[in-house]
Design a protein around this ligand. Sequence first.
Ligand code: NDP
Length: 291
Amino acid sequence: MTAAMIDGKQIAADIRAQVADRVAERKRLGKTVPGLATVLVGEDPASQVYVRSKHKACEQLGIASFSHVLPASTPQKELVELVDLLNHDDKVHGILVQLPLPSGFDEEEVLLKVSVNKDVDGFHPINIGKLAQKGRTPSFVPCTPAGVIELLKTTGISLEGKHAVVLGRSNIVGMPVALLLVKENATLTICHSRSHNLPEITRQADVLVACVGKAEMVRGDWVKPGAVVIDVGINHVDDPASEKGYRLVGDVAFDEVSEVASAITPVPGGVGPMTIAMLMKNTLRAAELAD
Ligand code: NDP
């Protein structure tokens, strides 16, 4: 079997176009322009790239964006005060503190300070708590996990009663993906670095979500024929043949697994583009909630 490709690039582009339309409509109606404030602490090059691409997306969709860059030496208190200032700024509907913060910062205190109604990253403990509770709806859902579910739904893959296996349990990806899958009525298994017999568990999955950060760890014989495989991983591997000297691969051995699965996301072009699209959607939602 050759798996169908789940085209994250196209699905993300469609979401962005819908957001742009709704932002334009707000402007026509004289409503507030959705605004996203980013807070970047330190000089981590990957974080700088992510934040830049978020501002670029805002610009393309007509969303206002406000950049705050602080040195890694900033006292915790100053960072918390900045977040509080943004909480009270009417032009700012969403606040995104780029993670991870440099070592020494108390990430939990900062995330707790972000207003639940401006928590477009969905990492506030109240929003995560609601995600974990039956019958509760968080104001915002973390962007990459929301993107995973959106890819599945848009592709018409039903989750109800399916056995979903999530490889990874991080606060940012694995755990919220798992919680969302349960909300969609999947039966869930979560695996992590202490799990035994991984291939035996993953072979039971109807839907397998890989978010471990280990290049091509999931092999063809880890996957049940006909399963749906979502690859969240983004890993750099050396490749002297490429201009940059490296190439990006996922957590899934794409060539092998696409021979077994019924549908699969590529890397790049799968989950990656969904993250920013969902952030834009969350920022629009924050503005709508503030109306
Ligand atoms: P973390 O390193 O925070 O978490 C990795 C998880 O995988 C942990 O729960 C860890 O277990 C588990 N794990 C690690 N090694 C193994 C192993 N050998 N066997 C089983 N489980 C293992 O990573 P993130 O969740 O932040 O990111 C995961 C991947 O997703 C990365 O490649 C990252 O680049 C990518 N990513 C992609 C995004 C996108 O937009 N597409 C956005 C965010 C991340 P334990 O808890 O026991 O340590």
